[in-house]
Each structure stands twice: as C-alpha cells, then as structure tokens.
Design a protein around this ligand. Structure first.
Ligand code: IPE
Ligand code: IPE
Ligand code: MG
Length: 247
C-alpha cells in the first residue's frame, strides 16, 4: 500500500502488455506437473486484472498462448485450452460487473470451437464496457499478424481500395488484428527470459520493457506496482535528446 501511494497518477501507463511466462518451471520446482503451473497461473491472471483496474490502467494485454505454443505436447495444449475455456466462463460475471471489455487478438480459426464460443460470448457481452480493456493474445504471433495484415492490404490494393503510394505506418496499423488498441507503453515479461517470443512485434517499437525473475504463478499486485515504479523512472525519448524531452 505504501508503495502504491507513491505512484504518480500521470505516470501510469495507458497500456500494459504481459508475457506470462514461467508456469512450467514454477510447477517443476515444486515437483508438480506443468499443468498445475498453468492452473496456478490463473490466480495471477485474476489478481493482476483486479490490480490493473484499481491502478487505473486502461488496456491490459495478456499473452496467453502463442502460435508456436501449438507445437507443445498435445496433452498440455488440450489442458491449456480447457483452462482457458473454464476461465472465460467462470470470470465473465466479475468482468461484466467491473465494466471491463474483453477483446482478443490472434488466429481465431485455430482455436477449438468451444473456446471460440466462450471468447465470442465474452467479447459480445462486454462490448459496451469502457472501464478497462482486457485483451487476450490467443493463438497469437507477431509475425503472422503482420503477414495477415499484408495479405489484406494486397487484396485492397488489387481492388483499388488502397493506393500503394499512400501507404504509411498509420494506414498499415489499421490492418492489424485490433487497430483500436494503442501501442503498449510497458511490456512486462515474467520468468526471467529477456526475449519477446513473437509478441506484438509491430506495436512494441517504442515500448518500455521490464523483465522480472518472478514466475507468472507468483506474480501479484506488488510485482505489478514494482514494474510501474520502474516505468515511472524511465525517460521515453522517442529518438530525441534528453534535453528536448525535458523542455
Ligand atoms: C507460460 O509458461 C505459459 C504459456 C506459454 C502458455 P510456460 O509454460 O512457458 O512455462 P516455462 O517457461 O516452461 O516455465
Ligand atoms: C511465450 O512464452 C508465450 C506465452 C507466454 C504465451 P514461451 O514459453 O512460449 O516462450 P519461449 O518459447 O520461451 O520463447
Ligand atoms: Mg515459457
């Protein structure tokens, strides 16, 4: 609580994206199955959403399942899908109560029908909510998102809907999975690995990165506050000099 009071309201990032990593190692350390780690990871998801809402963060994007994660052993994939489905179903009421809008990015066509149904239901039922936006990156890959954007863009160019000469970053970004989501200000990765693992490649061009050794199942509000305090001290220069930024 002490820590939280010292956060400056105007330095709260608008969009925090999180690579929720370390579930398997958390479980392994305790002699448990990897699935148990994922199950505990859901507790962290609940805690972080609540905390983000309390702290006034507007957008939270959670990397829940990458396109590369489809290559994991089938039983782990199945269990992750079951957990996801369960989560989307059991948390919907609280999400609605808190005025949170659920969104998702990723290749939906690869998701099992039962998961897709729950996801679409959550998106549908919360579409008017404005308190906070909760984005699930599911069956998501950054490179694939760019490829999907280019594919649509080429179609539009062919149909005469897009003038190739007029293409700029702003127009390109409109072809991404959800153009209404602003770029992340802060990217948190738990589990200690300093890599982006194909997450939001276009969007993180100027995002501040915070890596913590804390494994995702152990991540709680205090850890989020620690990341925000670190973020608060950063100087985002966007290519300019420090003197320019300060004036
Ligand atoms: C992150 O934890 C969860 C997903 C990728 C779905 P991991 O399962 O990658 O855990 P580690 O990295 O093996 O510890
Ligand atoms: C990144 O974690 C994906 C998610 C957290 C969903 P991974 O565990 O899949 O990443 P790598 O394989 O260590 O890069
Ligand atoms: Mg991992």
């Amino acid at each position: 609580m002490m820590q939280e009071r010292r956060l400056q309201p105007d330095a709260i990032p608008r969009h925090v994206a999180i690579i929720m990593d370390g579930n398997g190692r958390w479980a392994q350390d305790r002699g448990l199955s990897r699935i148990e780690g994922h199950r505990q990871g859901l507790e962290a998801v609940r805690a972080v959403i609540r905390a983000a809402h309390e702290l006034g963060i507007e957008f939270v994007t959670l990397y829940a399942f990458s396109l590369e994660n489809w290559n994991r052993p089938q039983d782990e994939v199945d269990e992750l899908m079951r957990l996801l489905e369960h989560y989307l179903e059991s948390e919907l009421d609280e999400v609605i109560r808190n005025g949170i809008r659920v969104r998702s990015i990723g290749r939906r066509d690869r998701l099992p029908t039962s998961v897709l149904e729950k996801l679409e239901k959550a998106e549908q039922k919360t579409r008017e909510n404005r308190e906070m936006h909760l984005v699930f990156a599911l069956s998501y890959g950054g490179r694939q998102e760019i490829v999907d954007a280019v594919r649509q863009l080429l179609r539009d160019a062919e149909n005469g809907k897009l003038d190739p000469e007029a293409l700029d970053e702003k127009t390109f970004a409109e072809y991404l999975y959800d153009p209404e989501i602003p770029d992340p200000d802060l990217l948190i990765r738990t589990g200690g690995e300093s890599r982006v693992s194909n997450f939001l490649l276009w969007q993180i061009a100027y995002t501040e990165i915070f890596v913590t050794d804390v494994r995702w199942p152990d991540f709680r509000k205090d850890h989020l506050v620690e990341a925000l305090r670190d973020y608060e001290r950063r100087e985002r220069r966007f290519g300019r000099t420090s003197a320019q930024v300060r004036s």
